[in-house]
Design a protein around this ligand. Structure first.
Ligand code: MCN
Length: 814
């Protein structure tokens, strides 16, 4: 159902839970993913480092080159011989003053490898079998160096990942407000918590992949890549290959999930495959090269996240009011820093959630380790932040013997305090100001939906039956929809159907449906008449990308701006034709018609497709049916065309951009009821409840699907998923046999959801983002519920049955 308090708009598609129009195609196998393309391409495979840290002393490709079906083998020397651009380090995408020592690798390792899986050589062959066989024949000599694995080893700094950075510190960030030391000194109560969140990784069903096609006649390159940022990927490749922008096109075909890992641009494989296509194309060998990541490569050579060690010291009064929140954390950065420290910034700037402590301090370190690099994964630093804050809230309540919800409510920012200015800088460099939000309203709904008032009784009853259950609560605030901009192009065809494009990419979020709802509303056409194109630089060249839950706010708003421009133009053209003032006209039922009259009525209405004909002089001149459709073709011989209204360009189309003044802050509260098995320590999530606020909702069905998916991903992180390295930097669980993701059997018995709606004033439709929300408080909530069930502190995630079993033994011994 639509959110209760959303405004009623009976004629509008905005707010309606219509089914996702993309699903029939995607679920029936009609999707075209990267590996469905380029069947005639040569295939690339990579030689990857078996060592976590080593110097490369020699590479012998001779035996591999002599194998049949092998067309080329490249190493760093080939890049250096090619051009200064190809020999350069991969870029640091988001610089920040807290980054003290940025280091990035090369498309192929230069003389050192810093994690197992780093690419050293590329083979291009007739097929993957031959390419892999040739990889096995390439002889790389290494001088093995001591690896740095894990946060503790990086902090001890007995060894360095990068020799010139002896303390392994990539970035050091400090910020805050108030006098934390003074507040802690005089606080009636103080507590310190040591916390840990596992290293994990986004696991899209489809891994990375790139297919490039060189056109030697045009000296132009087109490449398809499974990316979240096709425009940035194009910019990155154009720069590296030293080509003009308009000679390079990048297309994201159907993308089978991203969850953050596909934001990085360029990936080494994107550089290598595009470069090889041009090089081999010019040599007349083949103009097409393709590489598709296999699952093991995804584990060892894409990106991971989470991975934090935290220490929180809180000072509070007898009511549980936070006087000081002193937060130190150490973040496992992996070997390189392509994406800057956005994850660390998110943890540091969003840890306060819906609360307003009197003083606040963050001291954060991002540390290099000889492991796969770390980039944002759905939630991007916020699950870690919420873990620190919400575990603290529970500890305060326990210390004071108070209700966990009451302590939270005592610290809530109130709706009348909005917009709330923390006088801090947010991760986007702008002031950290919450635009709107009503956290109390969310908590009130949560209590109702989860049955808070009756839970104690419920728990006692369960205990009497020999069952152990517990409840956990968690709240969060999430900055969504950051700028700088997103754009859209909307075109009405002479058929009356609408083609609309944005440069933003899509990975399964339902953009085809939700963006079409916005455009259809603005143009008064059926939603099925709107086709949305995403992530194709041939169709729309300026865009930022899909991450940070920005699609609805950014591209949704841009579609609205562009469609409004088209609607204005349609009213002008139709007004001239109907001899009515444009202000007297509206777009409804596929027509431009006089306000309040029937669409299609003689003399006061004109079909939108006909307006498109009138706006397109050439189409009008050559197309007899178009002339007849306008109803004012005098004779076949009359080739005169209707004039485009003064000040307008031909074509019923427009481009619009949207650039927000700042991020908009979504929020929510979650609760979980878990049951733990007294003997086996198995953990079942019996009930999961979400109250969610993403401002005005375009499509509740899509949003609920997003939240459900993210909650399940969060439960995966809380109970099952963990990337495990041994001390040599070897990944021990690089397959789905050992890296456990929740199946349908691990879903909560029930997952209930409701919404609060505090519209944002920062964008024209009052939206906030929704795509990451479900995953953000999940670990904190599950930890709290297990703690409540077992009466044992839970300070490290994930918590498996065996870990819970150990905790029980430790607790019993203590
Ligand atoms: N929406 C809405 N009303 C709102 C807000 C959002 O109807 N008020 C709709 C949007 O129109 C969109 C969907 O909900 O269809 C998600 O919107 P938004 O929150 O703007 O997020 P993005 O479109 O920017 O998607 C990115 C977000 C992120 S950051 C990750 S990570 C993630 C996620 O979306 N990765 C996903 N959801 C995913 N879903 C799938 N299937 N696959 C991924 O890789």
């Amino acid at each position: 159902a639509a959110p209760d308090d959303a405004p009623e708009q009976p004629d509008k598609l905005f707010g309606k839970p219509i089914p996702r129009s993309e699903d029939a195609r995607l679920l029936s196998g009609e999707g075209r993913y990267l590996d469905d393309l380029g069947h005639n391409a040569l295939i690339a495979a990579f030689v990857r480092s078996p060592h976590a840290h080593a110097r490369i002393t020699a590479i012998d490709v001779g035996a591999a080159l002599d194998m049949p079906g092998i067309h080329a083998i490249y190493t760093y020397d080939d890049l250096e011989a090619d051009s200064p651009e190809m020999a350069e380090n991969l870029p640091l995408l988001i610089p920040h003053p807290a980054i003290v020592a940025p280091r990035n690798g090369y498309p192929l390792a230069k003389d050192e490898v810093n994690h197992v899986g780093e690419a050293i050589a590329m083979v291009v062959a007739d097929n993957r079998y031959l390419a892999e066989d040739a990889c096995a024949k390439i002889d790389v000599s290494y001088e093995v160096l001591p690896p740095v694995v894990g946060i503790e080893a990086a902090r001890r700094a007995d060894h360095a990942v990068h020799a010139e950075i002896p303390d392994n510190v990539a970035a050091h960030l400090q910020h805050g407000f108030g006098d934390v030391d003074a507040e802690l000194a005089k606080a009636p109560h103080r507590l310190t918590l040591d916390l840990e969140i596992e290293r994990s990784a986004s696991m899209p069903m489809e891994g990375k992949g790139v297919y490039a096609r060189w056109d030697d006649d045009e000296q132009a390159l087109t490449f398809w890549t499974s990316t979240q940022t096709s425009t940035s990927a194009r910019a990155a490749i154009a720069a590296r290959l030293n080509m003009a922008h308009n000679k390079v096109h990048c297309i994201a075909p159907d993308v089978g999930g991203g969850f953050g890992v596909k934001i990085v641009h360029p990936w080494p494989e994107e550089v290598m495959v595009t470069w090889a296509a041009r090089r081999l194309g010019r040599a007349g060998i083949s103009s097409e090269v393709k590489w598709v990541e296999d699952r093991r490569e995804h584990f060892v050579s894409s990106a991971h996240e989470r991975g934090q060690t935290q220490q929180v010291t809180v000072g509070f009064d007898d009511d549980g009011r936070l006087l000081a929140f002193d937060f130190a954390f150490w973040h496992d950065n992996g070997a390189y820093l392509p994406y800057g420290i956005i994850v660390v910034l998110n943890t540091a700037t969003q840890v306060l959630g819906p609360y307003k402590p009197k003083s606040f301090r963050v001291d954060a370190y991002s540390l290099y380790t000889n492991t796969v690099l770390v980039t944002p994964y759905r939630g991007a630093g916020r699950p870690q932040a919420v873990f620190a804050m919400e575990r603290s809230m529970d500890a305060i309540a326990k210390h004071l013997g108070k209700d966990v919800i009451e302590v939270r409510e005592t610290n809530f920012i109130r709706p009348e305090e909005m917009p709330y200015d923390f006088h801090l800088t947010y991760q986007d460099g702008r002031p950290l100001i919450y635009d709107t939000g009503d956290y109390q309203a969310g908590m009130d709904k949560l209590k109702e939906l989860v049955g808070w008032a009756d839970f104690a009784e419920h728990k006692e009853r369960a205990r009497a039956e020999g069952r152990t259950i517990g409840i956990g609560i968690g709240a969060y605030v999430e900055g969504t929809g950051p700028g700088p901009y997103e754009g859209a192009h909307v075109l009405v065809e002479t058929s009356g159907k609408v083609k609309a494009a944005t440069g933003l990419t899509t990975q399964g979020q339902g953009h085809q449906t939700t963006f079409a709802q916005i455009v259809a509303d603005d143009l008064g056409v059926p939603v099925s008449d709107v086709e949305i194109v995403t992530g194709d630089t041939r169709r729309f060249g300026y865009a930022v990308g899909t991450f940070a839950s920005r699609g609805a706010v950014m591209s949704g708003s841009a579609f609205h701006v562009a469609a409004q421009l088209v609607a204005d133009k349609a009213r002008k053209i139709a007004g001239e034709h109907l001899r009515l003032d444009p202000d007297e006209l509206e777009l409804r039922g596929g027509h431009v018609c006089k306000i309040g009259t029937e669409p299609g009525a003689e003399g006061t209405s004109i079909p939108l497709g006909v307006v498109a004909v009138l706006s397109n002089p050439l189409r009008y001149a050559f197309d007899r049916s178009s002339r007849q459709a306008t109803g004012f073709a005098k004779a076949d011989a009359d080739m005169s065309v209707p004039p485009v209204p003064a000040g307008e360009a031909p074509g019923l189309e427009a481009t619009g951009y949207y650039s927000p003044p700042g991020s908009t802050f979504a929020s929510g509260v979650h609760a979980a009821i878990v049951e733990t098995d007294p003997e086996t320590a198995e953990i079942h999530v019996r009930k999961y409840v979400v109250i969610h606020d993403c401002g005005n909702v375009i499509n509740p069905r899509v949003v609920e699907g997003q939240v459900q998916g993210a909650v399940v991903q969060g439960i995966g992180g809380a109970l099952y998923e963990e990337i495990v390295y041994d001390e040599h930097g070897q990944l021990l669980n690089a397959s789905y046999m050992d890296f456990l993701m929740p199946f349908v059997t691990e879903l909560p018995d029930s997952l209930d959801m409701d919404h609060t709606v505090t519209p944002s004033g920062l964008n024209p439709l009052g939206m906030k983002g929704a795509g990451e929300a479900g995953v953000i408080p999940t670990s904190a909530v599950i930890a709290a519920a297990i703690e409540d069930a077992e009466g044992i502190p839970v300070n490290a995630m994930p918590i498996s049955p065996s870990k819970l079993f150990e905790l029980r033994l430790e607790h019993a011994a203590a």
